[in-house]
Design a protein. Structure first.
Length: 346
């Protein structure tokens, strides 16, 4: 059985499959009285890509540092691969690979030499180390540049070398902090494909980013960070539903006819209107529930071609902006209440 098959099997069978690779409960970090991470509780499973999404300063990097045992929590608990990073830091670091947002290498050494240095730190030597290094250089597409000095590498090449460096120890968990920052579109695609491959092999990936499209494309679940707290977590569909207003709006594209007569008499549909912003053949359908399958079926029966069907608010940028606005409005309301109370006391 290959290494990939062995790891994939381990991720789906036995007790390890039900034990989270990352688990926090009430995790909190304060600096000089300011709360940077506020009572974070989350679990991430084997083979899952979990996105930490939020603006710079939201607490993502501080959370990562606590997971790695590089800073101690002010309150709460954290376990990574079953270990406490604060008290069992070496056990955690043997199982976790970390790629910071600004990865550093010895620029006068080649890519291969840098990986060799990391291999020795992880007690890999001789033919075993060289075989592992060649496998990883091939995997990240750097075999041809392996013997060039890192000083000649582009930003994207350095990021891919960083992923190879992280994988030297064959980790159970990979933590990536803004892994595509400063990379061109082609390099970004390559990095995200590597992330998907790792998850398919049973590796848990924690990806911190402020880039919504990349998080939506790659992550199985997302945690939205605002002001040091995780205000929501789940799939994009789950987050959209959580912010639901009691009605569903669908964007519908139709070729060859008017869908109003076809959809207007459906019990769940309350309105069918042209969508000027969408252009010719685009309609906005308001419904009591998400009935996309039934709507598609109705249009097909009527001989109308369905060219587009999307639920409004299902894009991560919509969801994120709505959560961010809700938290901002809440903070302003709380601030206003405090000011009024202070005024009354005075």
């Amino acid at each position: 059985m290959s290494e990939v098959e062995t790891r994939a099997g381990a991720a789906t069978a036995g007790p390890a499959a039900t034990t989270p690779r990352i688990a926090t409960d009430g995790l909190t970090k304060r600096y000089e009285g300011a709360t940077v991470v506020d009572t974070l509780s989350v679990e991430v499973a084997a083979g899952e890509v979990f996105g930490l999404l939020g603006p710079n300063g939201a607490g993502k990097t501080t959370t990562i540092l606590m997971l790695l045992g590089l800073t101690e929590p002010s309150a709460g608990t954290v376990r990574v691969c079953g270990f406490d990073p604060t008290r069992q830091a070496l056990a955690v670091r043997r199982r976790v690979g970390y790629l910071p947002d600004d990865v550093g290498f010895y620029s006068t050494l080649t890519g291969r030499q840098n990986l060799g240095f990391t291999a020795r730190l992880n007690r890999l030597n001789g033919e075993t180390a060289q075989r592992r290094i060649d496998e990883l250089l091939t995997r990240v597409g750097l075999l041809e540049a392996a013997d060039s000095r890192v000083a000649t590498y582009s930003k994207g090449m350095r990021q891919r070398l960083g992923i190879a460096d992280v994988l030297i120890k064959d980790p159970e968990v990979v933590v990536l902090d803004e892994p595509t920052a400063g990379i061109d579109p082609r390099g970004t695609v390559e990095v995200l494909e590597l992330v998907e491959d790792l998850a398919a092999e049973g590796v848990t990936v924690l990806l911190a980013s402020h880039l919504l499209q990349q998080v939506q494309q790659t992550c199985h679940r997302i945690g939205i960070f605002v002001g040091g707290g995780m205000v929501a977590s789940g799939t994009v569909d789950e987050l959209a539903a959580e912010l639901g207003t009691g009605r569903i709006e669908l964007e519908v594209g139709v070729a060859g006819g008017d869908p109003q007569a076809v959809l207007g008499d459906m019990a769940t549909v309350t309105a069918v209107e042209p969508d000027p912003a969408g252009g010719p053949g685009r309609w906005r359908v308001t419904a009591r529930r998400d009935d996309r399958a039934a709507i598609a079926g109705r249009l097909a029966e009527a001989g109308l071609g369905l060219t587009h069907l999307r639920r409004r608010g299902d894009d991560l940028d919509d969801v994120y902006l709505r959560y961010f606005s809700a938290e901002t409005d809440s903070a302003e309301t709380d601030s206003g209440q405090t000011d009024d109370a202070d005024t009354q006391r005075r």
